[in-house]
Design a protein around this ligand. Structure first.
Ligand code: ADE
Length: 228
C-alpha cells in the first residue's frame, strides 16, 4: 500500500507532516506533496485547499504522479443530523455531490453519464478507519454530502436534509475525491470530525474548532489507522 492522505487545510493535517519519516517534498500544480513513512506505511501527504475542483485535481495527481494505491481524506465537516454532534467523527460509507443538478436531463444529484448519485467508499479501508476513530471519539457511519458552498445558514442545511434524509455531514471535497477514485479504480475513504452544525453559528464554530481541536484528531486517528 502507498497511502495518499489529503486534507483541505493545514490545521486538518497538523502533526502528520511532523510524524512523517524521511520526508521528501515535491511541488506539482501549485501544491506540495510530501512523501515518507508514516508509522511504517509508505505515505504521501498533501493539502488540497478548499472545494471540489481542488480536491479532484489533488486526488488525480496523487494517483498519476505519485503512484498512491489508496487515498484517505481527513478533515472537518458540518453536521447534517441532529444525532451528530460537534466533536463526533463521521466516516463516510458513501458520498454525494449536493450541488450537482443536471435536471431535467438527469436526476438531481446524478453525476451525468456515470449513472451514479452516490459513490461508495472502500469497505476495508472504511472499516479500518472507523475502528481507529472509535478509539478517539464517537463515530457515525453513513452519507456525506459535498458541494462548493460553506453551509452556514439553517435554511441551507434544512433544505439539504429534506433532499437527503440520511445525510450525516456536509463538507466541500469528499465527493469529488470519491468520483476521481471511482474513475481511476482507487480504494478510498473519507473521515470528518464535526466542527459545526452547518447552521447560522457555523462560521464562528468552524474557525474556533480548526484553531483548537482539529489537529489533535487527525494525528491521533491516522496514527491508530497506520498501526492497525
Ligand atoms: N466544513 C466544515 N463545516 C462546514 C460547513 N458548515 N459547510 C461546508 N463545509 C464545512
Amino acid at each position: 500500500m502507498r497511502l495518499g492522505i489529503i486534507s483541505a487545510l493545514a490545521e486538518e493535517q497538523q502533526g502528520l507532516l511532523e510524524a512523517l519519516e524521511s520526508p521528501v517534498t515535491r511541488v506539482h500544480g501549485m501544491r506540495e506533496y510530501t512523501a515518507g513513512t508514516l508509522w511504517e506505511i509508505d505515505a504521501v501527504c498533501v493539502l488540497s485547499r478548499i472545494g471540489k475542483v481542488a480536491a479532484a485535481m489533488t486526488a488525480a495527481i496523487l494517483v498519476e504522479k505519485f503512484g498512491v494505491t489508496h487515498i484517505v481524506f481527513t478533515g472537518v465537516a458540518g453536521s447534517g443530523d441532529a444525532q451528530v454532534n460537534v466533536g463526533d467523527i463521521v466516516v463516510a460509507d458513501s458520498l454525494v455531490q449536493h450541488d450537482m443538478d443536471a435536471s431535467p436531463l438527469f436526476p438531481r444529484f446524478e453525476v451525468p453519464l456515470t449513472g451514479l448519485t452516490r459513490f461508495a467508499t472502500d469497505v476495508a479501508l472504511t472499516e479500518r478507519l472507523a475502528a481507529a476513530a472509535a478509539k478517539t471519539t464517537r463515530v457515525h457511519r453513513g452519507l456525506i454530502a459535498s458541494g462548493d458552498q460553506f453551509i452556514g445558514r439553517l435554511q441551507q442545511i434544512t433544505a439539504l436534509k429534506t433532499a437527503l434524509p440520511d445525510l450525516l455531514a456536509v463538507e466541500m471535497e469528499g465527493a469529488a475525491v470519491a468520483q476521481v477514485c471511482f474513475e481511476l479504480g482507487i480504494p478510498f475513504a473519507v473521515i470528518r470530525t464535526i466542527s459545526d452544525n452547518a447552521n447560522d453559528e457555523a462560521a464562528v464554530d468552524f474557525l474556533h474548532f480548526i484553531q483548537t481541536v482539529a489537529s489533535r484528531y487527525a494525528h491521533e486517528v491516522i496514527e491508530n489507522f497506520c498501526k492497525n
